[in-house]
Design a protein around this ligand. Structure first.
Ligand SMILES: Cc1cc2nc3c(=O)[nH]c(=O)nc-3n(C[C@H](O)[C@H](O)[C@H](O)COP(=O)(O)O)c2cc1C
Ligand code: SF4
Ligand code: SF4
Length: 252
Protein backbone atom coordinates (compact mmCIF):
# COMPACT_ATOMS: atom_id res chain seq x y z
CA UNK A 1 0.00 0.00 0.00
CA UNK A 2 1.35 3.36 -1.03
CA UNK A 3 0.48 6.27 1.26
CA UNK A 4 1.25 9.82 0.24
CA UNK A 5 0.96 13.47 1.13
CA UNK A 6 1.57 16.11 -1.51
CA UNK A 7 1.09 19.89 -1.48
CA UNK A 8 2.14 20.81 -5.02
CA UNK A 9 1.93 17.51 -6.89
CA UNK A 10 5.45 16.02 -6.81
CA UNK A 11 4.80 13.32 -4.23
CA UNK A 12 1.39 12.60 -5.75
CA UNK A 13 2.98 12.05 -9.16
CA UNK A 14 5.62 9.72 -7.69
CA UNK A 15 3.12 7.80 -5.54
CA UNK A 16 0.74 7.20 -8.43
CA UNK A 17 3.56 6.23 -10.82
CA UNK A 18 4.85 3.79 -8.18
CA UNK A 19 1.32 2.44 -7.70
CA UNK A 20 1.09 1.75 -11.45
CA UNK A 21 4.51 0.12 -11.51
CA UNK A 22 3.84 -2.11 -8.48
CA UNK A 23 0.13 -2.69 -9.16
CA UNK A 24 -0.52 -1.54 -5.61
CA UNK A 25 -3.21 0.53 -3.90
CA UNK A 26 -2.45 4.27 -3.52
CA UNK A 27 -3.91 6.24 -0.61
CA UNK A 28 -3.88 10.04 -0.29
CA UNK A 29 -3.43 11.00 3.38
CA UNK A 30 -4.67 14.58 2.80
CA UNK A 31 -8.32 14.07 3.82
CA UNK A 32 -7.36 11.83 6.76
CA UNK A 33 -5.25 14.62 8.21
CA UNK A 34 -7.53 17.52 7.27
CA UNK A 35 -10.61 15.79 8.72
CA UNK A 36 -8.74 14.51 11.79
CA UNK A 37 -9.53 10.86 10.94
CA UNK A 38 -7.33 8.14 12.43
CA UNK A 39 -5.74 6.03 9.74
CA UNK A 40 -6.27 2.31 9.99
CA UNK A 41 -4.37 0.76 7.11
CA UNK A 42 -4.17 -2.91 6.19
CA UNK A 43 -1.92 -4.28 3.48
CA UNK A 44 -0.35 -7.58 2.51
CA UNK A 45 2.28 -5.75 0.44
CA UNK A 46 4.85 -3.45 2.13
CA UNK A 47 3.74 0.03 3.17
CA UNK A 48 5.41 2.82 1.22
CA UNK A 49 5.20 6.46 2.32
CA UNK A 50 5.82 9.06 -0.41
CA UNK A 51 6.19 12.64 0.82
CA UNK A 52 8.09 15.90 0.41
CA UNK A 53 11.10 16.92 2.48
CA UNK A 54 10.48 19.80 4.91
CA UNK A 55 13.61 21.15 6.49
CA UNK A 56 15.64 17.98 5.87
CA UNK A 57 13.11 15.64 7.42
CA UNK A 58 9.71 14.06 6.79
CA UNK A 59 7.22 16.95 7.39
CA UNK A 60 6.63 17.23 11.14
CA UNK A 61 2.82 17.21 10.92
CA UNK A 62 3.02 14.05 8.80
CA UNK A 63 5.38 12.06 11.04
CA UNK A 64 3.21 13.11 14.01
CA UNK A 65 0.14 11.88 12.15
CA UNK A 66 1.75 8.53 11.29
CA UNK A 67 2.35 7.93 15.00
CA UNK A 68 -1.44 7.95 15.53
CA UNK A 69 -2.17 5.39 12.79
CA UNK A 70 -2.68 1.64 12.92
CA UNK A 71 -0.80 -0.46 10.39
CA UNK A 72 -2.00 -4.02 9.95
CA UNK A 73 -0.82 -6.93 7.81
CA UNK A 74 2.66 -6.23 6.43
CA UNK A 75 5.27 -4.97 8.93
CA UNK A 76 7.60 -3.63 6.22
CA UNK A 77 7.69 0.13 5.67
CA UNK A 78 9.62 2.02 2.97
CA UNK A 79 9.92 5.83 2.79
CA UNK A 80 10.36 7.68 -0.51
CA UNK A 81 11.04 11.34 0.21
CA UNK A 82 11.24 13.81 -2.67
CA UNK A 83 13.45 16.85 -2.26
CA UNK A 84 14.59 19.92 -4.19
CA UNK A 85 18.17 20.08 -2.99
CA UNK A 86 19.10 17.72 -0.12
CA UNK A 87 17.46 15.60 2.56
CA UNK A 88 20.06 15.56 5.33
CA UNK A 89 19.74 12.97 8.06
CA UNK A 90 15.98 12.39 7.65
CA UNK A 91 16.56 8.62 7.80
CA UNK A 92 17.37 8.56 11.52
CA UNK A 93 14.26 10.50 12.59
CA UNK A 94 11.68 8.59 10.58
CA UNK A 95 13.40 5.33 11.62
CA UNK A 96 12.78 6.23 15.29
CA UNK A 97 9.09 6.91 14.54
CA UNK A 98 8.63 3.65 12.64
CA UNK A 99 10.49 1.70 15.35
CA UNK A 100 8.04 3.18 17.87
CA UNK A 101 5.18 1.90 15.73
CA UNK A 102 6.71 -1.58 15.75
CA UNK A 103 7.29 -1.46 11.99
CA UNK A 104 10.25 -2.83 10.06
CA UNK A 105 11.89 0.21 8.43
CA UNK A 106 13.18 -0.76 4.98
CA UNK A 107 15.02 2.52 4.37
CA UNK A 108 14.59 6.00 2.94
CA UNK A 109 15.08 6.80 -0.74
CA UNK A 110 15.67 10.49 -1.49
CA UNK A 111 14.32 11.36 -4.91
CA UNK A 112 15.17 14.67 -6.62
CA UNK A 113 12.13 16.64 -7.79
CA UNK A 114 11.48 20.32 -8.58
CA UNK A 115 11.84 22.77 -5.70
CA UNK A 116 8.45 24.18 -4.65
CA UNK A 117 9.38 26.46 -1.75
CA UNK A 118 8.42 29.75 -3.43
CA UNK A 119 8.09 31.65 -0.11
CA UNK A 120 11.84 31.30 0.54
CA UNK A 121 13.65 30.50 -2.71
CA UNK A 122 13.83 31.37 -6.39
CA UNK A 123 12.47 28.43 -8.31
CA UNK A 124 13.79 26.77 -11.45
CA UNK A 125 12.26 27.54 -14.84
CA UNK A 126 9.47 25.29 -16.20
CA UNK A 127 11.95 23.89 -18.76
CA UNK A 128 14.42 22.84 -16.05
CA UNK A 129 11.60 21.43 -13.93
CA UNK A 130 10.33 19.38 -16.88
CA UNK A 131 13.77 17.77 -17.19
CA UNK A 132 13.90 17.04 -13.44
CA UNK A 133 10.49 15.34 -13.61
CA UNK A 134 11.59 13.30 -16.64
CA UNK A 135 14.80 12.25 -14.84
CA UNK A 136 12.83 11.12 -11.78
CA UNK A 137 11.40 8.23 -13.81
CA UNK A 138 14.75 6.40 -13.76
CA UNK A 139 14.93 6.70 -9.96
CA UNK A 140 11.33 5.52 -9.69
CA UNK A 141 12.25 2.36 -11.62
CA UNK A 142 15.02 1.67 -9.08
CA UNK A 143 12.66 2.32 -6.15
CA UNK A 144 10.10 -0.09 -7.62
CA UNK A 145 12.64 -2.86 -8.11
CA UNK A 146 13.90 -2.63 -4.49
CA UNK A 147 10.31 -2.89 -3.28
CA UNK A 148 9.43 -5.74 -5.66
CA UNK A 149 12.47 -7.69 -4.39
CA UNK A 150 11.65 -6.73 -0.75
CA UNK A 151 15.21 -5.40 -0.46
CA UNK A 152 16.16 -2.53 1.84
CA UNK A 153 16.87 0.80 0.13
CA UNK A 154 20.64 1.46 0.19
CA UNK A 155 21.61 3.66 3.14
CA UNK A 156 23.40 6.91 2.29
CA UNK A 157 26.28 8.24 4.41
CA UNK A 158 25.41 11.52 6.11
CA UNK A 159 28.10 14.04 7.03
CA UNK A 160 28.20 16.77 9.67
CA UNK A 161 26.22 19.24 7.54
CA UNK A 162 23.31 16.83 6.98
CA UNK A 163 23.20 15.96 10.68
CA UNK A 164 23.20 19.66 11.57
CA UNK A 165 20.43 20.47 9.06
CA UNK A 166 18.06 17.73 10.27
CA UNK A 167 18.99 17.86 13.95
CA UNK A 168 19.56 21.56 14.68
CA UNK A 169 18.01 23.66 11.91
CA UNK A 170 14.81 21.59 11.59
CA UNK A 171 13.39 22.41 15.06
CA UNK A 172 14.37 26.07 14.62
CA UNK A 173 12.69 26.12 11.22
CA UNK A 174 9.34 24.88 12.55
CA UNK A 175 9.49 27.15 15.58
CA UNK A 176 10.51 30.40 13.90
CA UNK A 177 10.36 30.24 10.10
CA UNK A 178 7.28 28.25 9.08
CA UNK A 179 4.97 31.11 10.04
CA UNK A 180 2.04 32.57 8.12
CA UNK A 181 2.04 36.26 9.12
CA UNK A 182 3.36 37.33 5.72
CA UNK A 183 0.60 35.64 3.68
CA UNK A 184 -2.08 37.89 2.21
CA UNK A 185 -4.59 37.88 -0.64
CA UNK A 186 -4.47 40.70 -3.18
CA UNK A 187 -7.40 42.37 -4.93
CA UNK A 188 -7.21 39.64 -7.57
CA UNK A 189 -8.96 37.30 -5.08
CA UNK A 190 -12.30 36.07 -6.43
CA UNK A 191 -13.38 34.49 -3.10
CA UNK A 192 -13.50 31.01 -4.68
CA UNK A 193 -12.74 29.20 -1.40
CA UNK A 194 -10.07 26.93 -2.86
CA UNK A 195 -7.25 27.98 -0.54
CA UNK A 196 -9.30 26.92 2.48
CA UNK A 197 -10.02 23.54 0.87
CA UNK A 198 -6.39 22.76 0.01
CA UNK A 199 -4.95 23.58 3.45
CA UNK A 200 -4.23 20.28 5.16
CA UNK A 201 -3.97 21.98 8.56
CA UNK A 202 -7.27 23.92 8.29
CA UNK A 203 -5.29 27.10 8.79
CA UNK A 204 -7.35 29.26 6.42
CA UNK A 205 -10.76 30.79 7.18
CA UNK A 206 -12.62 33.68 5.56
CA UNK A 207 -13.38 37.21 6.61
CA UNK A 208 -15.46 39.34 4.28
CA UNK A 209 -14.81 36.96 1.40
CA UNK A 210 -11.02 37.01 1.80
CA UNK A 211 -8.76 34.33 3.25
CA UNK A 212 -7.29 34.78 6.70
CA UNK A 213 -4.31 32.73 7.92
CA UNK A 214 -4.70 31.63 11.53
CA UNK A 215 -1.22 30.89 12.83
CA UNK A 216 -1.04 27.10 12.33
CA UNK A 217 0.90 26.88 9.08
CA UNK A 218 3.57 24.43 7.97
CA UNK A 219 4.54 26.38 4.81
CA UNK A 220 3.47 23.53 2.52
CA UNK A 221 2.77 26.08 -0.27
CA UNK A 222 -0.51 24.48 -1.38
CA UNK A 223 -2.56 27.67 -0.91
CA UNK A 224 -0.22 29.97 -2.81
CA UNK A 225 0.45 27.41 -5.54
CA UNK A 226 -3.15 26.37 -6.16
CA UNK A 227 -4.89 29.76 -6.11
CA UNK A 228 -6.48 29.89 -9.59
CA UNK A 229 -5.89 33.64 -10.04
CA UNK A 230 -2.48 33.95 -8.32
CA UNK A 231 -3.95 36.21 -5.67
CA UNK A 232 -1.80 34.98 -2.76
CA UNK A 233 1.52 36.56 -1.87
CA UNK A 234 4.03 36.05 0.94
CA UNK A 235 5.42 39.44 1.88
CA UNK A 236 7.60 40.76 -0.93
CA UNK A 237 9.33 37.43 -1.44
CA UNK A 238 6.80 36.00 -3.90
CA UNK A 239 5.94 39.15 -5.85
CA UNK A 240 6.49 38.67 -9.57
CA UNK A 241 7.23 34.96 -9.14
CA UNK A 242 5.22 31.99 -10.41
CA UNK A 243 4.64 29.42 -7.67
CA UNK A 244 5.34 25.77 -8.54
CA UNK A 245 2.61 23.27 -9.37
CA UNK A 246 3.48 19.99 -11.10
CA UNK A 247 0.24 19.86 -13.10
CA UNK A 248 1.07 23.24 -14.69
CA UNK A 249 4.50 21.98 -15.77
CA UNK A 250 3.05 18.81 -17.30
CA UNK A 251 0.25 20.57 -19.18
CA UNK A 252 2.68 22.84 -21.12
C1 LIG B 1 8.30 24.03 3.91
C2 LIG B 1 9.20 23.39 2.90
C3 LIG B 1 10.44 22.91 3.29
C4 LIG B 1 11.28 22.30 2.37
N1 LIG B 1 12.47 21.79 2.80
C5 LIG B 1 13.28 21.18 1.91
C6 LIG B 1 14.53 20.62 2.34
O1 LIG B 1 14.88 20.62 3.51
N2 LIG B 1 15.33 20.06 1.41
C7 LIG B 1 14.98 20.02 0.09
O2 LIG B 1 15.76 19.54 -0.72
N3 LIG B 1 13.78 20.46 -0.35
C8 LIG B 1 12.92 21.05 0.53
N4 LIG B 1 11.70 21.51 0.11
C9 LIG B 1 11.26 21.23 -1.29
C10 LIG B 1 10.24 20.09 -1.37
O3 LIG B 1 10.57 19.03 -0.49
C11 LIG B 1 10.10 19.50 -2.78
O4 LIG B 1 9.91 20.50 -3.73
C12 LIG B 1 8.98 18.46 -2.83
O5 LIG B 1 9.18 17.68 -3.98
C13 LIG B 1 7.57 19.04 -2.87
O6 LIG B 1 6.64 17.99 -2.85
P1 LIG B 1 5.07 18.14 -3.14
O7 LIG B 1 4.93 18.75 -4.52
O8 LIG B 1 4.56 16.72 -3.14
O9 LIG B 1 4.47 18.97 -2.09
C14 LIG B 1 10.86 22.16 1.00
C15 LIG B 1 9.63 22.66 0.62
C16 LIG B 1 8.79 23.29 1.54
C17 LIG B 1 7.48 23.81 1.08
S1 SF4 C 1 -7.83 30.48 -3.76
FE1 SF4 C 1 -7.20 32.56 -4.38
S2 SF4 C 1 -9.04 33.43 -5.34
FE2 SF4 C 1 -9.71 31.64 -4.18
S3 SF4 C 1 -10.31 32.50 -2.17
FE3 SF4 C 1 -8.16 31.85 -1.98
S4 SF4 C 1 -6.98 33.70 -2.48
FE4 SF4 C 1 -9.06 34.07 -3.19
S1 SF4 D 1 -1.83 28.04 5.12
FE1 SF4 D 1 0.19 27.10 5.37
S2 SF4 D 1 -0.26 24.93 5.75
FE2 SF4 D 1 -2.13 25.85 4.86
S3 SF4 D 1 -2.00 25.53 2.63
FE3 SF4 D 1 -1.07 27.53 3.05
S4 SF4 D 1 1.11 27.12 3.31
FE4 SF4 D 1 0.04 25.14 3.55
Amino acid sequence: MILYFSATGNSEFLAKSLGDELGDEVVDLFSYIKEGRTGVFESTSPFVLVCPTYSWRVPLFLSNYLLTCDFMGSRDFYVVMDYGDSFGNAYEYIKDDLDNLGLNFKGLYGLKMPENYVMLFDLDSPEVNKKIIEASKEDLGKVASYIKDREDFPKKKVGFVGKFQSGVINPIFFKFIAKDKKFYATNKCISCGLCEKVCVLNNITYKEGRPVWNGKCTHCAACISKCPVSAIEYGKKTQGKDPYLLSKILEN
